[in-house]
Ligand binder design. Structure first.
Ligand code: SAH
Length: 498
């Protein structure tokens, strides 16, 4: 007989994926089945890439799956012996129907655990700068559902000093009326917050009397939560999140999938909504023979020039697969920039040369000061790359081997993201380009139309030149030509442009 699995009811937090608990994250990483709805963050689902993902979307308008069926699904997979994570928005026990799902598990004899999450009210409090309690203003907080206003005795809860109204958006006018009739001051500060804690957080502030109209005017959609109470007034002073320098900006990051992380994370920390559109993926060369030959003759080379971190990684991969290792290395080492140098230093190798500017021309200038006559130079790099460096080194008398070490390919899944970007109502504020090939591949994937009226941030003059050659206008260029430089350029651009 199959061993019975287990169901974990996990609170995923309000939206920012970093707000899930350590236990919740670890369970997602182990999960075999993840049952989720529309409040679940994509980033949390990505923690369980190999699990079976089952969407049981529960939007108010389209009850995709009745509650009994969700419960049945959980039982079914647990009985098949699976580790099931039922991922809930916020906390499972705050308006999450977690109780009902657990009852079904108990009835079916399925083992379970509950992992709490940061409920929307608490996420909102932190990310809008509204403490739910405050010595000078309030000592009572109530969490109320606005789902069925007629079932609530507003003369009781309406007087709570701070009131957090879940699912209250569509009935807000009715609720506001009922609270005012029951004696709550119509001038009480109030706010509506949508997608709190995410980069797309939207906040509207007013009073108990005015908020319904304000919300109507901008046609705010769920999921949104209303907070009513004097504490809302503290927001002016305590709001840190919406004051982050890139808050409200949507930035498309086009780096290669494996490399997008650093740039994306940095922009996210500064408040931006980051859309990762990997335009390049890397693969080993189709024919590894030339590289294997170079590796077998490694001791012959006087210089190794690495022009990217990928060059280093794929070179080492093939070295590892060969009968040789780094002991064959006699050559001096050159890296085009600090990131590539770091990759080499991680191997406890010392880099002999980093050009002043991180471009080919600067590299050639530095090397032209050396005597390169009859010196053998190996450049492990992508097949399609600029030939400035090898041509110039040949002219300096060197014997140069340019060897394909990796290839660039279009990453799976990017076309769907590009399509989504193209059909979205709102255009991105920025697109980042970190190499000429990101520009070219972006244009192949998404076309130039998406880029009109969009700010372009380029990592350096070569990338900028490629962009201009394709008719694009570069808004800012990084100086120095590094990821940090790129982030700084966007920060400066964002503060001066708007
Ligand atoms: N269990 C969840 C609540 C689910 S009910 C929790 O603890 O947060 C769904 C309601 O939660 C929405 O209608 C909205 O009022 C609120 N909500 C959830 N996530 C939210 C978010 N990121 N921003 C604003 N409101 C949110």
């Amino acid at each position: 007989m199959t061993k019975v699995g287990k169901v974990y009811l996990v609170g995923g937090g309000p939206g920012d994926p970093d707000l899930v608990t350590v236990k919740g994250r670890s369970l997602l990483e182990q999960a075999q089945v993840v049952v989720y709805d529309n409040l679940a963050s994509r980033e949390l689902l990505a923690l369980a890439p190999n699990a079976l993902h089952i969407y049981v979307g529960k939007k108010k308008s389209d009850h995709a799956m009745p509650q009994e069926e969700i419960s049945r699904l959980l039982v079914e997979h647990a009985l098949l012996g699976k580790l099931v994570v039922r991922l809930k928005g916020g906390d499972p026990f705050i308006f999450g129907r977690g109780g009902e799902e657990m009852e079904a598990l108990v009835d079916a004899g399925v083992p379970y655990e509950v992992v709490p999450g940061v409920t929307a009210a608490l996420g909102i409090a932190a990310y809008t700068g509204v403490p739910l309690t405050h010595r000078d203003h309030t000592s009572v907080v109530s969490f109320v559902t606005g789902h069925a206003p007629h079932q609530i005795d507003w003369s009781k809860v309406g007087h709570a000093e701070t009131l957090v109204l879940y699912m209250g958006l569509s009935n807000l006018a009715d609720i506001s009326q009922r609270m005012i009739s029951a004696g709550r001051n119509p001038d009480t500060p109030a706010m509506a917050v949508r997608w709190a804690t995410r980069a797309t957080q939207q906040t509207i502030t007013g009073t108990l009397a005015t908020l319904p109209e304000l919300v109507e005017k901008v046609q705010m959609k769920p999921p949104a939560t209303i907070v009513i109470g004097e504490v809302v007034g503290l927001r002016e002073k305590l709001n840190w999140f919406e004051k982050l320098p890139l808050f409200g900006k949507q930035i498309v990051v086009t780096r290669a999938a494996a490399q997008a992380g650093t740039l994306g994370n940095r922009l996210h920390e500064l408040g931006a909504e980051v859309v990762e559109l990997p335009v390049i993926a890397f693969a080993p060369p189709l024919d590894p023979t030339p590289l294997n030959l170079a590796i077998a003759n490694l001791a012959e080379y006087d210089w190794l020039i690495f022009t990217s971190t990928n060059g280093v990684r794929y070179f080492l991969d093939l070295l590892d697969q060969s009968p040789y290792d780094l002991r064959g290395l006699r050559a001096k080492l050159c890296a085009i920039g600090p990131a590539t140098a770091k990759e080499l230093e991680a191997l406890h190798l010392k880099v002999d040369l980093i050009p002043e500017e991180y471009v080919g021309e600067s590299l050639v200038e530095a090397m032209s000061k050396l005597d390169l006559t009859r010196k053998r130079i190996l450049i492990p790099r992508a097949a399609v790359a600029r030939d400035v460096v090898p041509d110039a080194l040949l002219r300096l008398g060197a014997i140069v081997d340019v060897v394909e070490t990796y290839r660039t390919v279009v990453p799976a899944g990017s076309e769907a993201i590009a399509k989504q970007l193209l059909s979205a109502a709102r255009k991105p504020d920025w697109v980042t380009f970190t190499s000429s090939s990101t520009v070219k591949n972006f244009l192949v994937l998404a076309g130039a139309e998406l880029l009109s009226d969009v700010n372009i941030a380029s990592i350096g003059p070569v990338t900028s030149a490629t962009a201009r050659m394709h008719g694009l206008t570069v808004t800012v260029e990084a100086e120095p030509h590094t990821i940090e430089g790129l982030v700084d350029a966007i920060l400066l651009g964002a503060s001066t442009l708007h």
